[in-house]
Design a protein around this ligand. Structure first.
Ligand code: BJW
Length: 239
C-alpha cells in the first residue's frame, strides 16, 4: 500500500515542542504577522531571529517520541511489503528523521538550515542567527534568515507533494489543526482523487468533517496502534 501522511505540530507536542494554535501555543503569545511573515522580518529581524533561535535551542534538546518512531517502523514495514510511505511534514523540526523515517519532505522548511537572501545559499545551521552574521559564502551581512516558509511565501516541494498525493491509496493527517493552506486542502484533493482519508489528532481539526475516519487522542498513543493495524493488514485503503 502507498500511504501519504501529512504531519503537523501536534505530533511533536509530546516531545516538548510547542504547537501554534492550541491554548498555550506560540500564536497565543506572539503575533504571527510579526514573526512569521517576510514583512515582519524586514521590520524587526532581531525579534524574528530571537523567536527562531529559542526554538532551535529547544529542538536541539528534544527527542523523538513514540509517534515519530512508529512512522519510522511504518516506512520500513511498507517497503518490506512492496509499498511506500510519503511523509510530508509542516514541521520544521527533524524529529521524524531522528525517529527513523528515511525520506521526509519538509514543506515549511527546516529549522536546522539557514538561507542567505543575497546569494541563495542554504546551509546546515545549528547556531543562533543574527542580523550582523555574514553569509559563509557571499560574506554579505543582513541576509541570513531561517530556512522556513512564512505566510505569503510559497511552500517547498509542491509538485513532488501533489504527485505523491494523487498516487497514494490512503491519506492520513496527524497532529495538524487544518488551519493553514495549502496543507489544509490536501484532504479535499485526496477525496477528489477517490483516496480514503483518516485524521489522527488530539481534537477535531477545522476540516474534520471531510475525513472518512477520525481518531482522537494523543499521537504517542494512537499512532503506534494505527501503525500496528496497517502493518497487520487491518486498515485497507478503500472504505
Ligand atoms: C495533538 C497533540 C498531541 C496537540 N497529539 N495531536 C487559501 C488557500 C491557499 C492559501 C491561503 C488561503 N487562505 C489564506 C492563505 C494563505 C496562508 C494561510 O493558509 N493562511 C491561513 C491562516 C488562512 N498560507 C500561506 O501563506 C502559505 N503559502 C501560500 O499559500 O503560498 C501561496 C501564496 C503566495 C502568496 C500569497 C498568497 C498565497 C504559507 C504558510 C506558511 C506557514 N508557516 C508557519 C510558520 C513557519 C514555520 C514555523 O515557524 O514553524 O508554519 S505558520 C504555522 O502553522 C507553521 C505550521 O507548519 C503551520 C500549521 O500549523 P499546525 O502544524 O497545524 O499546528 P497547529 O498548532 O495549528 O495545530 C496543532 C494540532 O495538533 C491541533 O489540532 C491539536 O489538537 C493537535 N495536537 N497536541 C496529537 N499530543
Amino acid at each position: 500500500m502507498n500511504i501519504f501522511i501529512l504531519t503537523g505540530a501536534g505530533i511533536s507536542a509530546e516531545s516538548g515542542l510547542g504547537t501554534f494554535r492550541d491554548k498555550d501555543g506560540a500564536w497565543s503569545k506572539f503575533d504571527p504577522m510579526k514573526l512569521a511573515t517576510p514583512q515582519g522580518f524586514r521590520r524587526a529581524p532581531d525579534d524574528v531571529h530571537h523567536f527562531y533561535n529559542m526554538r532551535r535551542r529547544d529542538l536541539l534538546t528534544a527527542e523523538p517520541n513514540a509517534a515519530h518512531q512508529a512512522l519510522g517502523r511504518l516506512e520500513a514495514g511498507l517497503a518490506e511489503r512492496g509499498g511506500e510511505l510519503f511523509l510530508c511534514t509542516q514541521n520544521i523540526d527533524n524529529l521524524h528523521e531522528r525517529g527513523g523515517v528515511r525520506r521526509v519532505v519538509h514543506m515549511h522548511g527546516e529549522l536546522l538550515k539557514a538561507r542567505c537572501t543575497h546569494c541563495g545559499l542554504v546551509a546546515e545551521w545549528h547556531e543562533d542567527l543574527a542580523v550582523e552574521l555574514p553569509c559563509p559564502d557571499c560574506k554579505r551581512t543582513g541576509g541570513m534568515r531561517p530556512h522556513v516558509v512564512w505566510f505569503e511565501e510559497m511552500p517547498l516541494h509542491m509538485d513532488e507533494i501533489f504527485d505523491a498525493l494523487v498516487g497514494a491509496e490512503l491519506f492520513v493527517s496527524i497532529g495538524t489543526s487544518g488551519a493553514v493552506y495549502p496543507a489544509a486542502g490536501f484532504v479535499q484533493s485526496a477525496k477528489h482523487a477517490g483516496i480514503r482519508t483518516c485524521e489522527i489528532n488530539l481534537d477535531p481539526s477545522e476540516n474534520a468533517f471531510v475525513f472518512d475516519e477520525r481518531r482522537y487522542g494523543p499521537a504517542t498513543e494512537l499512532v503506534p496502534l494505527w501503525v500496528d493495524e496497517v502493518l497487520a493488514g487491518g486498515f485497507p485503503a478503500r472504505a
